[in-house]
Design a protein. Structure first.
Ligand code: SAM
Ligand code: SF4
Length: 341
């Protein structure tokens, strides 16, 4: 339900949407390319975008500088796989130097991340989300269509050895990896990691919108509770998209992200910039604003910000509402690799 914005609680430069939600977080997709082919994300034969259709690092830096001047403090670098783009580390250090950007996070599949981990530590990375959908090598290969389990596990251990805050994201898929739910939860017993189970969303670049969700958040919770009787819900962190739980004796936590059921829209504090430079004010909505074209048309910073502020000022109340207004259907642009998750 719509409510009035409450600007008195924020600085005049702060971005606040038309439902009173403060926007302080950008998810920035730096590439649509990937070295894996996770079946829930993209088809095996994926047509990637020509380089000129992807935002340059300079363009991203300009956008982030503008946004940081309007209260954006947290950035998550995503993709595609961020580490397949050349020059990523240099870009991260430039991003870190932007006044106002206080927390840089990365979502990665961990396949080629290992050599960069010491530099990520040096950068002061705020946290890593490592995607890992199975602890079984063969099942990992079936899901990702690639044989890179060992590289991902090497990254997993190195993140922990470097004392980097680590979340492990597992997309729960009927008939693929539900046997992994308990072993994955046990990772949080043996290591100080936060394991997050994600409802599968219909963004696989193929039949978007046609899937039935078999493992919704309540079923995942009940499954966990049956195995871990001490599963106890934790107080929600502000803006969190996951419901988190502690289990007695576990070093880390477990959590569930209801990405399909969308239980988190009322506190949504984020916008997305896709690899193509599309501004997406809701994960479930079409991106209607092409920031790349706007940046390349030579307009001033004020004009760029005016476009962004206008889009934020007319957000849909939630993901269901946004989806109702979509004009695109099942095309490749609905692959998570473009949106960045
Ligand atoms: N390649 C990186 C990775 O996999 O971590 C970053 C990009 S990936 C698109 C970002 C996140 O989106 C990953 O955690 C991935 O599991 C999640 N994701 C992709 N497709 C999804 C889907 N159909 N449903 C739920 N989560 C999905
Ligand atoms: Fe690549 Fe990440 Fe998509 Fe898997 S989820 S195909 S790793 S972009």
């Amino acid at each position: 339900m719509s409510k009035q914005a409450t600007p008195q609680t924020f600085s005049p430069d702060q971005l606040i949407d038309n439902h009173g939600r403060e926007i302080n977080y950008v998810r920035l997709s730096v590439t649509d390319r990937c070295n894996l082919r996770c079946s829930y994300c993209m088809p095996e034969k994926m047509k990637f975008l020509p380089r000129k259709e992807i935002l340059s690092y300079e363009e991203m830096e300009r956008l982030m500088t503008l946004l940081a001047g309007h209260g954006i403090s947290k950035v998550r670098i995503t993709g595609g796989e961020p580490f397949v783009r050349k020059g990523l580390m240099d870009f991260l250090f430039r991003l870190d130097a932007i006044p106002g950007i206080t927390r840089i996070h990365i979502t990665t599949n961990g396949v080629t991340t290992l050599p960069y981990i010491p530099q990520l530590k040096e950068l002061g990375i705020a946290g890593i989300n490592l995607s890992l959908d199975s602890l079984d090598r063969e099942r990992f290969r079936e899901i990702t269509r690639r044989d890179n389990f060992d590289q991902v596990m090497a990254s997993f251990h190195s993140f922990l050895d470097h004392g980097i805050r680590l979340k492990v994201n597992m997309v729960v898929m009927e008939a693929f990896n539900t046997d992994d739910i308990i072993p994955m939860a046990l990772l949080s017993r043996d290591y100080p990691v936060d394991v997050r189970f994600i409802e599968e969303m219909p963004f696989n670049g193929l039949n978007a919108g046609k899937q039935q969700l078999r493992w919704h958040h309540r079923r995942i919770r009940d499954h966990l509770a049956a195995h871990f009787p001490t599963l106890t819900v934790l107080a929600s962190e502000p803006y969190s998209t996951s419901t988190n739980y502690r289990i007695d004796g576990h070093a880390g936590t477990v959590g569930i992200i209801a990405g399909f059921s969308r239980t988190f829209c009322s506190t949504c504090n984020r916008i997305r910039i896709t690899a193509q430079g599309k501004l997406q004010t809701c994960l479930y909505g079409d991106s209607r604003i092409d920031l790349k074209d706007i940046l390349r048309s030579g307009v001033s910073d004020q004009e760029v910000m005016a476009v962004i502020a206008k889009a934020i000022g007319s957000r849909f109340a939630d993901g269901w509402e946004a989806q109702k207004h979509n004009v695109q259907t099942s095309d490749v642009s609905k692959s998570m690799s473009l949106i960045g998750g």
